[in-house]
Ligand binder design. Structure first.
Ligand SMILES: *Cc1c(COP(=O)(O)O)cnc(C)c1O
Length: 392
């Protein structure tokens, strides 16, 4: 017996349960079509909602910035100083989102790890939606606060938990995903805000899948619901619709100022790289100039979801361009994904623990980069594989 045998056994168990993650290798830029393991396939996988990951304007500004400023930030901002580029990006993001201030992080994941432990600690309580993203859950755990999960998108359950528990703690935080990435449903933020207001609790939303997707011209979930100034903290990412990499925290300036003092991934990890920050600035330019890409994304999503329903697929409760195709057991979802790949469509199966047991699915990510013809080719492949496997 070697001391790593248990890992080999765990991996074999994952493989026989159809839950082993096989990671494909991409040999082309992100876009509607990809070269995956050497085969040209239609891309239904990425979070590149607006097609910005390989947009000529973003590529050009990243190159220009590298020529002028080099590639890296050198060290953490609190020690080596902060580049004008990052300051400029934060100003532009705050103005784009209509908030007092914004701060950037290396990723959406680290933005959550920075924010939650800065706001609550051991004497405090967090009310967290049961289906919140892993990075929220990890941020909650890191904070040391008591974590109380309320039922998914259920404001009544949230209020019951508050009434039963609030008095036992010093401070409280309500945290929810904006768009839930596996089902594509949207948090009932106006109702959650009313509860937060009634009990005077800090409210935080992680809008990773809403940034660049929801609201006017992609300004996010707070704009979508007209809740400007009411949500204390809005976390976002620039790795999805913005097509680059980087996390955002937007909201009240006092909170942003506090994160510069107490956000550990800000204090102990270097900033976004130069080309990332420059490309993100150009993404803001594009979104401020025109709503065309966001409109195209929603037109594509509406068309695809309606056609999938007509074909007889169950697309769950989605309200966004995220389109889950519910299949049930993980091995069926994996087989479906393999057959789609053979038919020239790249759409990954998602199973436990990312989604609950028995709720495995193919998740289709629609993008503004898809043409009508692309969507029709994808629908054709779903129709033939769905028929072959007896799903429709
Ligand atoms: C994707 C995602 C993140 C992580 O964002 P990265 O910038 O890729 O680290 C965080 N929260 C939610 C809800 C997400 O969907």
């Amino acid at each position: 017996m070697s001391k790593t045998d248990w890992i080999t056994q765990e991996i074999e168990a994952l493989q026989s349960a159809g839950l082993y993650n096989r990671i494909r290798t991409i040999g082309s830029p992100q876009g509607a079509w990809l070269s995956v393991d050497g085969k040209r396939v239609l891309n239904f996988c990425s979070n590149n909602y607006l097609g910005l990951a390989n947009h000529p304007a973003l590529v050009a500004s990243a190159k220009k910035a590298v020529d002028e400023l080099g590639v890296g930030p050198g060290a953490v901002r609190s020690i080596a100083g902060t580049m004008t580029l990052h300051v400029e990006l934060e100003k532009r993001l705050a103005s784009f989102k209509g908030v007092e201030a914004a701060i950037t992080f290396q990723s959406g994941f680290t933005a959550n790890l920075a924010t939650i432990p800065a706001l609550v600690g051991k004497e405090d309580v967090i009310f967290s939606d049961r289906l919140n993203h892993a990075s929220i859950i990890d941020g909650c755990r890191l904070s040391g606060a008591k974590i109380i999960a309320y039922e998914h998108n259920d404001v009544k359950s949230l209020e019951e938990q508050i009434q039963a528990n609030l008095k036992d703690f010093r401070r409280a935080l309500i945290v929810t995903d904006g768009v839930f990435s596996m089902d594509g449903d949207i948090a009932p933020l106006p109702d959650i805000y009313e509860v937060a207001k009634k009990y005077d609790i800090l409210l935080m939303v992680d809008d990773a899948h809403g940034e660049g997707v929801l609201g006017k011209g992609g300004r996010g979930i707070v704009d979508h619901f007209g809740l400007h100034g009411k949500v204390d903290v809005e976390v976002g990412t620039m790795s999805k619709a913005f097509g680059v990499m980087g996390g955002i925290v937007a909201g009240k300036s006092v909170i942003v100022e506090w994160l510069r003092q107490r956000g550990r991934p800000f204090l102990f990890s270097s900033a976004m790289t130069v080309p990332d920050a420059a490309a993100c600035l150009t993404a803001v330019d594009l979104l401020e100039d025109s709503t065309q890409l966001v409109d195209k994304l929603w037109d594509n999503a509406k068309y695809f979801k309606a056609e999938m329903k007509t074909l007889g697929f169950n697309t769950g409760v989605t309200e966004t361009p995220i389109t889950p195709v519910m299949l049930g057991e993980a091995p069926l979802a994996q087989q479906f994904s393999r057959e789609l790949y053979e038919a020239g469509v790249f759409a990954m199966a998602i199973g436990f623990p990312t989604v609950p047991q028995g709720r495995a699915r193919i998740r289709v990510m629609i993008s503004a980069a898809h043409s009508q013809d692309d969507l029709d080719k994808g629908l054709e492949a779903f129709k033939s594989v769905g028929t072959k496997l007896g799903v429709i």
